[in-house]
Design a protein around this ligand. Structure first.
Ligand SMILES: Cc1cc2nc3c(=O)[nH]c(=O)nc-3n(C[C@H](O)[C@H](O)[C@H](O)COP(=O)(O)OP(=O)(O)OC[C@H]3O[C@@H](n4cnc5c(N)ncnc54)[C@H](O)[C@@H]3O)c2cc1C
Length: 578
């Protein structure tokens, strides 16, 4: 139990020493999970090397080798791999809490980290109530540099390089850590408040600057945490973004002047913050792009930015499938830009092959509406060229290479989610074999559900040969049954960040303007998944990539779950929604 104690000067000095020690320990201990991850990567690397040396992933032709492999498979290595796959899958399961979707992995990580930080807050406090109270504060403050580092949206993010995780994953960790730190700050503030009341000094202390700044900090943390809730971000991304960016900046001086013991952590955070800001500005590209509505659609905007090896923006040629950029009209002074909310859009072309960066945006109410307005303000029916600001690229650039390590790949896209899938699909077909009809290409399948076939009009490459080759493993489903009620459509779009289809039972087949076959009705996702996973070797590696409405991703996950443990399946869900 903890009590209010009268400490001698020496005891106070010892308390200060312990406070600083446990603050540092809490900060440094964040390196432990990173170190464990590095060991895990190293073991994986050794395993791959070993597998390559002992014959690679191909099925061995010699019966003896085959037996050896199957023995190894049945052995403990195979069993531990299977368990690991099941655990990873379980960690990826999601739960809705207060309108926010969190994975079980995030909950486990949050609980473990909270328990660890609470332990560091309590240990060696020697029954001293004020020691415990201060400990909550310093341990919470020690997490701030990491907290800001996890939000680091840059290809130079050190955490990204150490973990190999994409920004959405790191952002999820940022949110978890934010909640854990806020809990510690609440405990710090609550315990102090109780002390002031018990010691009858509340009226006096509430006027002191350290207490006022502490209260301002606590309120600011509450506002940051509350506006970051998923339903508020969906309601108004602008409110979330402005509050987040403004308060994240204001909090640093507030905490710096709150107490001097935590200044080291605030200065570290300030460095992270400043570097992040500079990198984001340096990552901006002013380009000239043409804006036009995708033919046959009323709310799909296409942005094309021509690039050549000689142009100023030639670095765009290096941008990879699966990455995204933030795009906005180039208006307003440079220094106000980082404060403005921009929209992320996925790179929908292969810049180096096409000589063009294409973005396709579903027009909603904010930034996308402004872009669409700019597109339609010019000569009707023609594209309008104008200066744009692109920031990026962000997101993993390694998807294409990763896919080459899989025996089968199933791509599933819903509506504008194909901006993520199409470039990966095109790249994979090319990487597997340049010639259509080849056996290697048969291990790839792409299913694309759209409301209306016109929504696929942006996807065909210029090159006719490639376009023909693309049709080979691609099936388009047009699901529209008629006009959707406008309100219903809007609600669905807000919910998913993409769009929902009104799904019909499967129906007939047609050709499209792009030349690909259009099936009318809904794709049977379960059947697609089963087809990709059945008739494969037990040790075959199968990748399923989905980008579409949340309901679609959920269905694919559900249908795939029965294969976990039976096959080496990697399900990647790219989410455009929040
Ligand atoms: C990594 C990623 C890639 C994406 N790629 C594409 C794409 O290729 N094509 C496409 O049409 N859409 C894509 N989106 C979704 C797209 O960014 C949003 O639809 C767009 O930002 C909405 O802009 P708005 O200002 O018109 O939205 P509003 O009408 O103001 O809001 C509509 C919805 O979009 C959300 N939203 C608004 N701004 C952002 C933002 N900066 N980040 C995340 N969500 C936001 C809001 O919370 C709300 O739920 C992607 C999203 C992400 C996260």
């Amino acid at each position: 139990m903890w009590h209010f104690l009268d400490l001698s000067q020496d005891q106070k000095l010892e308390r200060r020493r312990l406070l600083d020690l446990y603050g540092s320990l809490a900060q440094v201990s964040a390196l432990i999970p990173l170190a464990i991850l590095q060991i895990y990567f190293f073991i994986g690397w050794l395993q791959r090397r070993w597998a390559r040396r002992s014959g690679g992933d191909d099925v061995p032709s010699s019966p003896q080798l085959k037996k050896q492999r199957s023995d190894a498979l049945n052995g403990s290595v195979a069993r531990s791999k299977e368990t690991w796959r099941k655990v990873s899958w379980w960690m990826g399961d999601t739960i809705d809490i207060w309108g926010s979707r969190v994975t079980k992995g995030e909950i486990v990580a949050g609980v473990v980290w909270t328990a660890w930080l609470l332990f560091l807050s309590c240990v060696q406090t020697q029954g001293d109530y004020l020691h415990l109270t201060k400990r909550f504060g310093i341990v919470g403050a020690s997490q701030l540099p990491l907290q800001y580092l996890l939000a680091f949206k840059s290809p130079f993010s050190p955490i990204h390089h150490l973990t190999g995780c994409s920004w959405p994953t790191l952002n999820a960790a940022h949110q978890v850590l934010g909640r854990v730190s806020t809990l510690l700050f609440y405990l710090h503030a609550g315990f102090y408040l109780n002390f002031f009341i018990q010691a009858h000094v509340l009226a006096k202390r509430i006027k002191d600057w350290d207490v006022i700044l502490g209260l301002v900090g606590t309120i600011a943390f509450t506002a940051v945490g509350t506006t970051a809730l998923s339903w508020i971000r969906k309601l108004s991304y602008r409110v979330f973004y402005t509050t987040h960016v403004t308060l994240a900046s204001i909090l640093l001086p507030v905490l710096y002047f709150h107490v001097h013991h935590i200044r080291i952590y605030i200065l570290e955070t300030l460095v992270v913050y400043a570097v992040h800001l500079v990198l984001r500005i340096l990552n901006e590209h002013k380009v000239e792009g043409s804006l036009t509505m995708v033919s046959g659609t009323a709310n799909l905007l296409e942005i094309n930015i021509p690039i050549s090896a000689k142009s100023k923006s030639k670095s765009i040629m290096q941008w990879q499938p699966g990455q995204h950029v933030y795009a906005s009209l180039a208006n307003g002074p440079v220094y106000t830009r980082p404060l403005k909310s921009r929209s992320p859009f996925t790179i929908a072309s292969l810049p180096s092959e096409d000589g063009n960066l294409k973005l396709v945006a579903r027009v909603l109410n904010g930034n996308t509406a402004a872009l669409a307005k700019a597109a339609t303000e010019g000569a009707t029916g023609k594209s309008t060229s104008m200066p744009l600001i692109l920031e990026g690229p962000y997101g993993l650039s390694t998807h294409s290479n990763t896919l080459l390590g899989y025996n089968r790949v199933l791509f599933i896209a819903g509506g504008v989610g194909a901006t993520f899938i199409v470039p990966l699909y095109r790249t994979l077909l090319k990487d597997l074999s340049p010639s259509p009809g080849s056996r290697r290409r048969q291990n790839v399948a792409f299913v694309w559900a759209v409301r209306d076939e016109a929504e696929t009009n942006w996807a065909g490459p210029e090159d006719e040969e490639e376009k023909k080759g693309m049709q080979e493993r691609m099936t388009v489903y047009a699901t529209r049954s008629g006009r959707m009620d406008e309100d219903e459509q809007k609600t669905n779009e807000m919910d998913t960040g993409i769009e929902m289809e009104r799904l019909l039972p499967s129906g007939g087949m047609d050709g499209s303007a792009q030349g690909w076959q259009i099936n009318h009705g809904r794709p049977n996702l379960g059947e697609m998944v089963d087809r990709a996973l059945s008739h494969t070797r037990e040790d075959a590696k199968v990748a399923v990539l989905v980008c579409g409405p949340r309901s679609m991703a959920d269905e694919v996950r559900m249908k795939s779950s029965k294969w976990v443990g039976k096959r080496d399946i990697w399900l990647h869900v790219e989410a455009f929604g929040l």
